[in-house]
Design a protein around this ligand. Sequence first.
Ligand code: FES
Ligand SMILES: [Fe+2]
Length: 396
Amino acid sequence: MMPFDALPLSPMLLARIRAQAATGKAALAAHESQIPVQRYFADALWQAEKEHLFGKLPLIAAHSSSIAPGQVLAHDAYGVPLLLARSSEAEGAQLRCFLNVCRHRGMRLVEGNSAQAKASLVCPYHGWTYQLDGKLRHMLHAEAFATCAHGERDLVALPCAERHGLVWVMLQSGGRLDLDIFLGELNPELAWFDLQSHVVHRTVEAEYDANWKLIMDAFLEAYHIRVLHKNTIYPFFTDGITAAEYVGQAGKQHSHSLVARRPVLEPFADPQNHSELRKLVTPTQVIFPNTVTIFHPDYLSLITLYPVGPERLRWTHRMVIPREKSGPDWAAHWDKTFKLIEQGVFQAEDIHTAVQTQRGMRSGANTHLHIGRMESGVGWFHAQVQNAINTTQETA
Ligand code: FES
Ligand SMILES: [Fe+2]
C-alpha cells in the first residue's frame, strides 16, 4: 500500500487536523472579515456571475455513468438548453455537448430529463434528422433548402470533456476547456477518489428562494455543524475542527478541506487509503465556481448550484455510490441514507437556513455579514468570485 504521504491529498491537511485534535479545539484563522449584503441580491453582480463565472468556466453537467453509449440526455440546470450525446460503442462512445435546438426553426430536439437511447435525433416539428455527432443528415424536402450549404445547419457544439468520471461542459461555444490547467492539483486527488468506478444512485433537482452563494457558504465552514446539525450529523463530527487548502490555477480558486469526525479525538494511525481517511475525516472540495463534493464514509454527495435569479438558486444533488454496491440488495440502504442526507440535513437544515437568511438580507439589519475566525473559507470564496469576475473581464 502507498504510504499516506505519497497519496495525492496534502499530508499537511491531516497534520493540521491532528494538531487541533490534540487540544480538542478548532484552529482560528488570522482575521475576521465582512461581506456586504448586496453580494446576495444585487442584480449587477448576478449578471456578472452568470456571464464571467458560469458563462466562461468549465462546469460539471453529469456523472459519466448517466449516459451510456448510444444515449442522449437533455440538461437544463444551467439555464441553457443542453443536449449531451454519446456515440455508440462502434463509433467510439464519444460524448459531445450541443445546444438542444433544431437548426431549422429552433424546436427543442430532446425532451424529458432522463437518458434515452437514440440512433439519431429527429426533430418533432418537420423531421430534420441529426446524427449523434451533431451532423445534419436529412432534411425533409431538401429541395426547399437549396441555399443551405452542407454543414451550415449542423447542431451547435459546446466544449465538452470527460474526466474523473464526470462530464464537463462550457456554456460558451468556442471556449477552451483545458482541465489540466483548470483543475490543477485537484486532478490527482479526484483520480484518487476513483469516481469513474462509481454510479449515480439518485439525483434531486430543485429551486429555492436564496442566492446560490448562501449554499456555498454553508459548505465552507464547520462552525455551524454543532448547532444547526445537532440532531443529525453533529454526533459524528467534532466541534468545528477542520483544515483547508486552496489550489488550482492563478487565483487559487478551488479548495479542498477535511472536516474532522469524532474518531480523530482518539489516537489514530496514518490512513493508507481513502476509505481509512474517510472514517476519520470527511474530505470536501469546492470545484469553482459551483460544485461541492462531500466524500462521506462510503459515498459521495456531488452538489452543483446555479443562480436562476439574484435571489433564486437551482440545486442539483447527485448521490454517487460505488458500482459494486449498486445492486438491488443495496437499494434500501442507499434510499435510507439519501433520505437522511438530502431531506434531513440538506433540505431541512442547510437549504432551509439559506432561504430564511435570504428573507432578511434586504431588511437593513446588516449592511455586512460578519465572518469569524472559524469561517474563513466563506471570505475566501467570495474573494474568488470577485477575482474571477475581474480576471475574465480583463481577458475578454
Ligand atoms: S424546427 Fe426542427 S425541423 Fe423544423
Ligand atoms: Fe451544513
